[in-house]
Write a protein of this length. Structure first.
Length: 294
């Protein structure tokens, strides 16, 4: 039996959540084209007969320019300190930039095995992949380099094989049927939040929060109520949309993902609440056991 914790780090928008979702085989972490979508440390649990790998999905590491950025970086740094192996994920289809160098400089302060994972190779030919490997191998003494396509689920099995060689623990941390350490209510709320981001483009800030107010489960279905929390009436109008069209679409797309996750019929009701004062918001969040980051 071999097991261990693997931190998946990188600058924002390189595909960390997509990679973990593909490896786990279920959508446990939300994805979005907006940077800093991941706000919490999420563990995805990969099980084989004699192997358990706990992947730690982190917020994208970046040079912070505001309070949220500082918080997200602290979350990511914490994950680096508390894992056995680090996978540095880069976007192979983009040029090496200051964001990548910022993360690499942080890696120079630690002493753990680091695997460079070159993502999005479905956009590259073999010569371009080789050039990208040569470009990075002189920047840091990576223990291994593995090219993958998280979106196409290409070469992720090779990444698992490589990770296994660095696992040193011999205990099982989670039951075989667990795929994440997060409660169901968290995954549901994040799914709705993802769809809200996806369907409102740049109009809605990352302060948007989703809360599961009720879950009822019977033999064949789930009945779920989710509140989308904003701090301005203008945002509420954007999310609701003309004649309720936007909030309806958010609910439909979230329900499809949740039915795939839960393997049951889902009846999902989504609605928007405006809470302008922080004290009122904090009281509301605490009522439903949510620990916000602000």
């Amino acid at each position: 039996m071999k097991s261990g914790f693997v931190g998946v780090i990188g600058r924002p928008n390189v595909g960390k959540s997509t990679l973990i979702n593909k490896i786990i085989g279920k959508k446990i972490a939300i994805t979005s084209s907006k940077p800093q979508t991941t706000r919490n440390i999420i563990q995805g649990i990969y099980n084989e007969e004699e192997t358990q790998i706990v992947f730690v999905d982190t917020p994208g590491i970046h040079k912070p320019t505001h309070k949220l950025g500082n918080f997200l970086n602290k979350q990511a740094y914490y994950s680096i300190d508390d894992v056995d192996v680090i996978c540095l994920l880069i976007d192979g289809s983009e040029d090496l930039g200051r964001g990548d160098m910022f993360v690499i400089e942080k890696l120079k302060q630690i002493n753990k095995p680091v695997i460079l994972v070159i993502n999005k190779i479905d956009k590259l030919n073999n010569d371009q992949i080789l050039l990208k490997i040569n470009e990075y191998k002189d920047l840091y003494p990576f223990n291994d380099i593995v090219p993958v396509s998280a979106y196409k689920d290409k070469n992720t099995d090779e990444l698992i094989k490589v990770i296994k060689t660095y696992l040193t623990d011999e205990i099982k941390y989670y039951d075989d049927n667990m795929i994440t350490n997060k409660p169901l209510s968290f995954v549901i709320a994040e799914t709705v939040r993802e769809k809200a981001f996806e369907l409102t483009e740049q109009e809605v800030p990352h302060s948007l929060t989703c809360i599961v107010e009720a879950i009822e489960k019977d033999k064949n279905s789930y009945h779920i109520n989710v509140a989308i929390i904003v701090d301005r009436d203008a945002l509420k109008r954007i999310i609701i949309g003309k004649n309720g069209s936007k909030i309806k679409e958010i609910g439909i797309k979230a329900r499809i993902d949740l039915e795939q996750l839960l393997n049951k019929k889902v009846y999902l009701e989504t609605y928007v609440k405006t809470i302008k004062k922080w004290r009122d918001k904090e009281k509301y969040l605490q009522e439903f056991g949510f620990n916000d980051f602000e």
